[in-house]
Each structure stands twice: as structure tokens, then as C-alpha cells.
Design a protein around this ligand. Structure first.
Ligand code: AMP
Ligand code: TRP
Length: 333
């Protein structure tokens, strides 16, 4: 228990906006799993972030449940970590309002994720999409988290979160909210199957972590490879092939990797053979995830209990922070 008290805190979040894919897994969630022993971890399905773009109630409800199942399947261990749904802890949004009063418009306007998403949803850009990073800052501060594991694309939001907390602390004249460090998964930016942009839920260029072997093959088989390989007899360059980047992530055997690389540059093997080898290796990596997901999916009451227990713990922790924050502001003493 004493050891538990001394442990530092980790927080991270993921939107329930569709299937969790290889990019999320390698860029973030694998790291979440690895950190569970050394830290007190809160991992959050951020459903209030998901409504910053149009959503349907029934679909969102299913996606929240699926995101929880996917995270458990990936190895988030409810014995070690808290798996929580953001809307179950109302203090997140309470703190977000307060922090909004300590955030400048100029800072929000610089956010590249906002610019990208606003362009994607140009017909209606909600104020919620604009203030999204403030809710993210509140997610982190409410648990007084020390460190935040994320992919590189979230660094700008985390820098702003620290800025907001600094401004809050300065204005109230006390260090009430800590500044959280980032733990970035370096070099794990996974490209999409289209080879044109990073793997992303919104671009439909992804392999989901719970997809079955035949579904993975249906995506790998037509995937673009090095354009120089028009025929099997044309040699290619693995550095110009998205599928090779997947081999570097999934093909553990050095002999297999050498075989693929040498076969590509010498036209000794065709892209289909390269893809078949990759299929086996991706499938081997995902098979325990699918297995665990089936177990949890078969026991909804257990999943429900895990989420409920985490939410109760999180509300208590969040309330400790909010008491200090409210007192520092002079409200609701
Ligand atoms: P999102 O899918 O945008 O909710 O992202 C959830 C987490 O996965 C964040 O920490 C991202 O940085 C990470 N992530 C998303 N897509 C990728 C990708 N293609 N490669 C690496 N990390 C990613
Ligand atoms: N914005 C993050 C993403 O798109 C998700 C997120 C919400 C988050 N709140 C967070 C990540 C707090 C880390 C910490 O991936």
C-alpha cells in the first residue's frame, strides 16, 4: 500500500470514434500496457471529446462499449489500472469550464488538430471542437497526473495543457495543478494502408486490432507497394513500401525480414509472398488480443463492473482536486 502511495500517476485518453487500429496500438496503447506496473494509471474513453463532431446516440453508445472492450483486450488490466469513461466523472467538464477561463483564443487557434478537423467538418464547426484541448487539459489535471503517454501528434495539446495549468496556478497564486510530462512513443507513427497518410480511423486506411485473419488479408492483398514493382520481375526498394514498414513492426524473425528484403530488391519474391508473410506475423500478434476480447465480450456484467468501480475511484480522486480548485477561486467553499 505504501508503495502504491509513492507511485507516480499516468493518465491517457482515446476517443471512442471507431475501431482501435494498429496505429493506436503501436503508437499509444502498447505503451499504456507497459506502464501499468510502475505507475498508477487512469485510462479513459473520452466520450465527451467524441461529441465535438456530429454523433448518433445509439452508435456512440456502442462505440464507447467497444472501446472499453478493445482496451481490455489489448491488455489494460483492471487489477492494476483504472479504465474509466469520461462522462462517468462529471468533474472533467466542471474543471474544463474553469480552465476555459484561463485559456486564450490565440492559443486555441494555433492547434493543428483543430485546423484539420475544422476543415474536415467545414459545414459546421462547433465551439466544442475549438475548446477540445481545454477538456483534454482538464482530463489530465483532474487526476493530478505526472505523465501522459501519447503518440507524437498529441504533443501540441500537451504543451497547451501545461500552459493552461501554469496560468491557472499563477493567477490563484499557488501550485494547485501539476504540469504533466509527456511520454512519447517515438518512431511509432504507423502509416496507413494507402501509403499516403498516417493510419487513421477517419481515413479508412487502417487494420483494426480485432480484425480476423481473412479480413486483414482482404485489406493487405490490394494494398499499394513500391510503385517500381509493376511486375513480379521488377525489383523494388523496401524503403519505399508501406508494407515493409509493417514488417519492421511485426516480423520479429530476422531471417524472415532478411528474406523479404532480399527478395524485394532482387525480385526473388513477389509482393504477394511478402504480404503473405506479413499476414502471418500480424495475425500472430493480434491473435491473443482477439482471444481476450472474445472473453470480455462474453461477460458484459464483468465489463460493466470494471467500468463502474473505476468511475467511483476516479470521482473520489477528481473531487479532491476540485475542492482545492474551487477554494482557490473562491467559489462553493
Ligand atoms: P486517436 O485515434 O486520434 O484517438 O488517437 C489515440 C492515440 O493513438 C493517440 O495517442 C495518438 O497519438 C495515437 N495514434 C493514432 N494514430 C496513430 C498512428 N497512425 N501512428 C501512431 N500513433 C497513432
Ligand atoms: N486528444 C487525444 C487524441 O485525440 C485524446 C485525449 C483526450 C487525451 N484527453 C486526453 C490524450 C488526455 C491524453 C491525455 O488522441
Amino acid at each position: 500500500m505504501a508503495e502504491q502511495q509513492n507511485k507516480k500517476r499516468i493518465f491517457s485518453g482515446i476517443q471512442p470514434s471507431g475501431d482501435i487500429h494498429l496505429g493506436n496500438w503501436l503508437g499509444a496503447i502498447k505503451n499504456w500496457v507497459a506502464l501499468q506496473d510502475a505507475y498508477i494509471c487512469v485510462y479513459c474513453v473520452v466520450d465527451y471529446h467524441a461529441i465535438t463532431i456530429p454523433s448518433q446516440a445509439a452508435e456512440l453508445h456502442t462505440r464507447i462499449h467497444n472501446a472499453c472492450l478493445d482496451l481490455l483486450a489489448c491488455g489494460i488490466d483492471p487489477e492494476k489500472s483504472k479504465l474509466v469513461v469520461q462522462s462517468h466523472v462529471p468533474q472533467h467538464t466542471e474543471l474544463a469550464w474553469i480552465l476555459a477561463c484561463f485559456t486564450s483564443l490565440g492559443d486555441l487557434e494555433r492547434m493543428t488538430q483543430f485546423k484539420d478537423k475544422a476543415a474536415q467538418h467545414a459545414q459546421y464547426v462547433s465551439a466544442g471542437l475549438f475548446t477540445y484541448p481545454i477538456l483534454q487539459a482538464a482530463d489530465i489535471a483532474i487526476y493530478r497526473a505526472d505523465a501522459i503517454p501519447v503518440g507524437e501528434d498529441q504533443l501540441q495539446h500537451l504543451e497547451l495543457a501545461r500552459e493552461i495549468v501554469r496560468r491557472f496556478n499563477n493567477r490563484v497564486g499557488r501550485d494547485i495543478l501539476p504540469e504533466a510530462k509527456d511520454i512519447v512513443t517515438k518512431g511509432a507513427r504507423v502509416m496507413g494502408l494507402d501509403g499516403a497518410s498516417k493510419m487513421s480511423k477517419s481515413k479508412n486506411n487502417y487494420i483494426g486490432i480485432t480484425e480476423e485473419k481473412d479480413a486483414i488479408w482482404a485489406k493487405l492483398a490490394p494494398a499499394k507497394t513500391d510503385e517500381r514493382r509493376k511486375r513480379k520481375s521488377d525489383p523494388g526498394n523496401p524503403e519505399d513500401c508501406t508494407l515493409w514498414s509493417y514488417h519492421t513492426l511485426f516480423t520479429e524473425s530476422e531471417a524472415d525480414r532478411d528474406w523479404v528484403r532480399a527478395g524485394c530488391v532482387s525480385a526473388g519474391i513477389g509482393c504477394v509472398e511478402c504480404k503473405r508473410c506479413l499476414l502471418e506475423n500480424i495475425d500472430r500478434a493480434l491473435s491473443p488480443i482477439r482471444e481476450r476480447r472474445r472473453e470480455y465480450a462474453a461477460d458484459p456484467a464483468r465489463v460493466e463492473a470494471i467500468i463502474r468501480e473505476a468511475a467511483a475511484w476516479c470521482r473520489d480522486e477528481a473531487e479532491i482536486t476540485m475542492r482545492d480548485v474551487r477554494a482557490a477561486l473562491g467559489v462553493r467553499a
